[in-house]
Design a protein around this ligand. Structure first.
Ligand code: ADE
Length: 226
């Protein structure tokens, strides 16, 4: 549910997201909240009661969009996620859990926000994509779509696999190298050319530990606990 449906088209029509849609592994339907406004000028926002800066999205068009989606797709108690900086900060574990849901409705806000009654009435989760404020919920919604979709079986192929990547077991990923063996006087670490898989695995694991300890001590502590 968005006021800016076009934002989704370009991203969903490229690369891995496009392929996932074409292969019918995921389906993304965009609903323009403005289409559901009963106001004769298709107005979707109004001044805040109590005064203050900015406009607030009115409840009627959002509620009617929601009702339409629930009916069209025969949904029973769907997850409805409102993207907001006030929400729980998104992470890999949340993406993994959401990738197991059959249906998810994403609600993108704009302006100063949406009428609280919509949140009380239909929203089941409030999610933030980080401690900074964006102009709307569309980029956050795309980030959710991307981070969730790539964890659904069949979306990534063998080469794109997420078996070894950052945040697995709370570790950041080890460094990667490809050809040439030497570039600007810098050599690829010998162990990676050794063909000894035990040594390569050990080296990668140690590099992961090292970089996680340096950059993300919060994750490092969790990784050591397991
Ligand atoms: N809308 C505006 N800023 C946001 C953020 N950081 N996360 C989610 N939705 C938002």
């Amino acid at each position: 549910m968005t006021l800016f449906p076009e934002i989704f088209n370009s991203y969903m029509n490229e690369s891995i997201m496009k392929r996932a849609v074409e292969n019918n592994i995921i389906e993304v339907n965009i609903y323009n909240i403005r289409d559901f406004s009963t106001n004769k000028h298709k107005k979707v926002d109004d001044y805040p009661f109590g005064g203050g800066a900015g406009m607030v999205m009115t409840p009627q068009p959002i509620y009617d969009t929601y009702k339409h989606i629930v009916k069209t797709h025969n949904l029973i108690n769907p997850r409805v996620i409102y993207l907001t900086p006030k929400g729980k900060v998104h992470n890999q574990e949340m993406a993994t859990n959401l990738s197991k849901e059959e249906d998810i409705i994403l609600l993108c806000g704009h302006y100063e926000g949406i009428d609280q009654r919509i949140i009380d009435l239909i929203v089941t989760d409030e999610i933030s994509i980080g401690d900074y404020v964006l102009t709307g919920g569309e980029l956050p919604a795309l980030i959710l779509i991307d981070s969730i979709s790539r964890l659904i079986p069949g979306v990534l192929n063998q080469n794109e696999s997420f078996e070894e990547e950052s945040f697995k077991d709370n570790l950041l990923e080890y460094p990667h190298y490809t050809r040439p063996r030497e570039f600007m006087d810098m050599k690829v670490p010998d162990v990676l050319l050794s063909g000894n898989h035990k040594n390569i695995d050990d080296w990668r694991y140690n590099e992961s530990l090292k970089i996680t300890k340096e950059r993300r001590y919060d994750l490092y502590k969790k990784a050591c606990k397991k």
